[in-house]
Design a protein around this ligand. Structure first.
Ligand code: MN
Length: 473
């Protein structure tokens, strides 16, 4: 902890600038000092540096070299070149084997010959590889990986900016243990102004019942494991998918990607589950920062419709890796069971061959604060048997009231789970009552019981306030 006054605070507090990676939390504080006739108001600013002494970390000289594989489809010139340029400028030459740009059948002319001619002049070998037809992220990455030669493969999206010192901390973790798969902290590049904003080192990857990737706060147990040192990597249950480094041989050993998945979606959870369940480790390396342009809408067209493809991919991931916990996905996404997911025998036999652990092990050991409860009493609807009405989350969001609607028996918004911790959950929200006589709200599950503890007898009632959730009369 450092205490500095505003006057002392001349150096920039922008993360990354001057090599400083800081999180500054500003607390205004004023104290009155009397000096004869004058009262000086001195305004102190307490600045809590999260003591991210990343700058002083030393890394071995003999780190493995990496190829950087970047898939693009109709990417803008400026964002693509910002990515390539920053990789070259901010990676030690001795660690950068090459850059492989995989064009997933772009239509824009400047991404054809002009791009090839432009990158030919660069100081590092940059290859442009073309997919013959639109193949999607997964197959395009597999092609790029197979044509690259570095000991490590680093996948980046085509709209990134690597920061100074991004690469060494990633490679150092892989050198230490080749079964460690590492992601940088993903900083945010605005898609309006393209300004660079620091991402948080206090969130990690999770997923909800619908198998959407989500960021959640790093839990206390993970802070404790690192003894509060925020320069140490965070073990993350899942990765966002766009940006990570992996040892080439290990990537092969654990079965690269599921080539039966189409285009995009679900592949990041699939590789995350596979890494953990099959003996690897997945980390966010907090000393490595890469910016990423988060776009409001996907520029990709999905042949056959976005929903169908993501549902198919998610079914493959649920069927191969999630055991009985796939029911959470199926029951909250009615209709998804009708989607054909193709043949999964090769992925199932991969799981057998690698002797991967069950999904319950993953929930217990890797993701105990998962949105999918490891232990639960029931999963289904909460019905008033006399009126035939059901609790319904009405597709509302966090901090809104839970609703009641005619029971439809179709799962979806009427699915709740009464967990072993006596919470009532719907997806990643918990029923919560803070006032006598309600209302019953849907809040983030906090795992601390209290307002989220429900007792079941013939009614379901909140312990804290005795509010009945569903009453018979
Ligand atoms: Mn992206």
């Amino acid at each position: 902890f450092l205490l500095v006054t505003m006057a002392q605070c001349e150096y920039p507090l922008i993360p990354g600038q001057a090599g400083l990676s800081v999180s500054a939390y500003l607390y205004g504080y004023s104290s009155l000092l009397e000096d004869d006739k004058y009262i000086f108001i001195k305004k102190y600013i307490y600045i809590y540096f999260s003591v991210r002494s990343c700058k002083n970390k030393l890394y071995p000289d003999d780190l493995p070299r990496t190829s950087v594989v970047i898939v693009f489809h109709n990417e803008a010139w400026s964002t693509l070149l910002r990515t390539v340029r920053s990789v070259i400028d901010r990676s030690p030459k001795s660690l950068l084997e090459e850059i492989v740009l995989v064009d997933d059948a772009s239509e824009r002319d400047f991404l054809k010959r002009p791009l090839e001619q432009y990158v030919r002049r660069m100081e590092v070998p940059v290859r442009v590889v073309r997919m013959e037809q639109r193949s999607g992220l997964i197959r395009a990455r597999l092609k790029g990986a197979s044509l690259s030669t570095g000991q490590v493969i680093t996948f980046l999206d085509a709209h990134c900016e690597c920061t100074v010192g991004w690469l060494e901390p990633l490679l150092a973790r892989i050198k230490l243990d080749r079964k460690t798969v590492v992601c940088p902290i993903i900083d945010v590049i605005s898609d309006d102004t393209f300004e660079y904003m620091a991402g948080s080192d206090m969130t990690y990857g999770g997923f909800n019942w619908k198998l959407n990737f989500r960021w959640y706060p790093v839990p206390q147990r993970e802070m404790d494991r690192r003894k509060g040192d925020r320069t140490l990597p965070v073990r993350t249950p899942t990765m966002a998918g766009g940006l990570f480094s992996i040892d080439r041989d290990y990537f092969q050993e654990i079965g690269t990607y599921d080539a039966g998945m189409d285009i995009w979606g679900g592949e990041n959870l699939e590789i995350s589950f596979r890494i953990w369940q099959c003996g690897g480790t997945l980390e966010i390396v907090t000393c490595s920062h890469v910016g990423h342009v988060f776009r409001k809408a996907t520029p990709y067209t999905f042949p056959g419709g976005t929903g169908q493809i993501i549902n198919k991919n998610n079914r493959r991931l649920a069927e191969v890796w999630m055991d009985e916990f796939k029911n959470f996905f199926y029951i909250i996404s009615p209709g998804v069971t009708k989607v054909d997911y193709g043949d999964i025998t090769s992925r199932s036999s991969l799981r057998q061959k690698l002797q991967c652990k069950p999904f319950s092990w993953y929930l217990e050991n890797v993701y105990p604060d998962s949105q999918i409860p490891r232990h639960y009493y029931s999963l289904g609807e909460i019905r008033n048997v006399e009126t035939n009405q059901c609790l319904d989350n009405m597709a509302r969001k966090e901090n809104e009231k839970v609703g009641i609607f005619n029971c439809h028996g179709m799962g979806g918004n009427q699915v709740f789970s009464y967990t072993a911790n006596k919470e009532i959950r719907t997806d990643d929200l918990c029923l919560d009552v803070s006032k006598l006589n309600g209302p019953v709200m849907m809040l983030k599950c906090h795992h601390l019981k209290g307002n989220q503890l429900w007792e079941y007898d013939t009614m379901v009632r909140s312990v804290c306030t005795s509010v009945c959730c569903v009453c018979r009369s």
